[in-house]
Design a protein around this ligand. Sequence first.
Ligand code: HEM
Length: 399
Amino acid sequence: MTEAGDSARAYTFGPADRLDVDPRLAEMCREQPVLRVNLPYGGDGDAWLATRHADVKTVLGDPRFSRAAAGEDVPRAVAAALPSTTMLSMDPPEHSRLRRPVAEAFTPRRVQALRPRAQQIVNGLLDTVIAAGPPADLAKALTWPLPITMMSELLGVPTADRDRFTVWVDSLLVLSDPDQATRAREHLDDYLTGLIAFRRTNPSDDLLGALVAASDEKDGPGDEDLVSLASSLLSAGYEATASQLGNFVYTLLTHPDHWRELVADPGLVPGAVEELSRIIPSSASAGFTRVALEDVELSGRTVRAGDAVVVEYAVANRDPEVFTHPEEIDFHRPSNPHLTFGYGVHFCLGAQLARMVLRIVVESLTRRLPDLRLAVPADQVPWRTDRLIRGVAALPVSW
Ligand code: HEM
């Protein structure tokens, strides 16, 4: 058994301008599935990188690994440190106190109730694309406007405020300009404070209305919690969904056999959404750092109490112990326990909503634009490389 003291490998991969696991990273993980890496951000020091499916589940799901202990100075794979007030930076019981009211408000009923509206928004956006005729930029016309409209409706942001709201939300996660991101967060927090005050006197049935109602209960969230919750939902939900929508379409159009398979059999869409979620390495790098609270064994190596650990979702999602022919896209997998929405107490709160939106978009595109294809060679599609999540900057298509 080897412990810390191994020389750490540099963790510098990228830019995230494509949708595959960097071959150097894949090679490194094949040699050593739990390895020491030197991360580019945060404090000095090395971290463990966990890449096997079982180990990633342990790091994300076992209470011996803590998000709260990972302050701003811990080594990080991502440029931005999350604010300590956000639920993803907390451990139970503080985490549960913030998460519970959202989980209760985010009922399957509320998500299902959004389905007709989501379909209507997609129909409207596609009507415009089809009326204008080819070529079109589907990122601009569909994949970015749809999630911000969904998130605005979820929170009950009035139509008149949506343009400026969109500008702030869009700037929240720009890693290359932290000042711009900070200014955007301040504007957004002010705006959400006003909206919450408005909801106190004008109750509503949207998610924010439900959270405001929950805050009147004993031990319910306070006003600051409400702002943090709404802003966490926005930063976690908008960009991830928008990027994944574009990544899905890009992957299908660069694998035309799979596109045609869906056109021929729309019943495959739910399985396709799971498989595309698995195979697309959406996270631009390893995930948010955890810190071990005690010594823990991972695949025969000892992570010491106090050590930082990050997980590589994309490699775990291709673990041959769990997925047969892991590098192939297969819409018929009988089970698909991918980790793209995380695992454990921080499992994605918006997974149901994201899945619903992804299904609607894939199904609508195959039905209404069965001859869809990229309008430029795949290697000329531009990428946004300054984000936490991989995604196209434009998606030129024709049909
Ligand atoms: C395809 C789209 C999405 C992907 C791939 C995704 C992925 C993830 C992942 C991997 C985590 C766990 C991070 C960790 O443990 O370090 C997470 C957490 C979270 N996600 Fe998502 N997400 C998506 C969409 C959404 C949406 C639409 C919302 C909200 C409407 C949302 C809200 C959240 C929240 C609030 C958390 C933190 C939960 C907690 O700390 O308890 N996500 N997401």
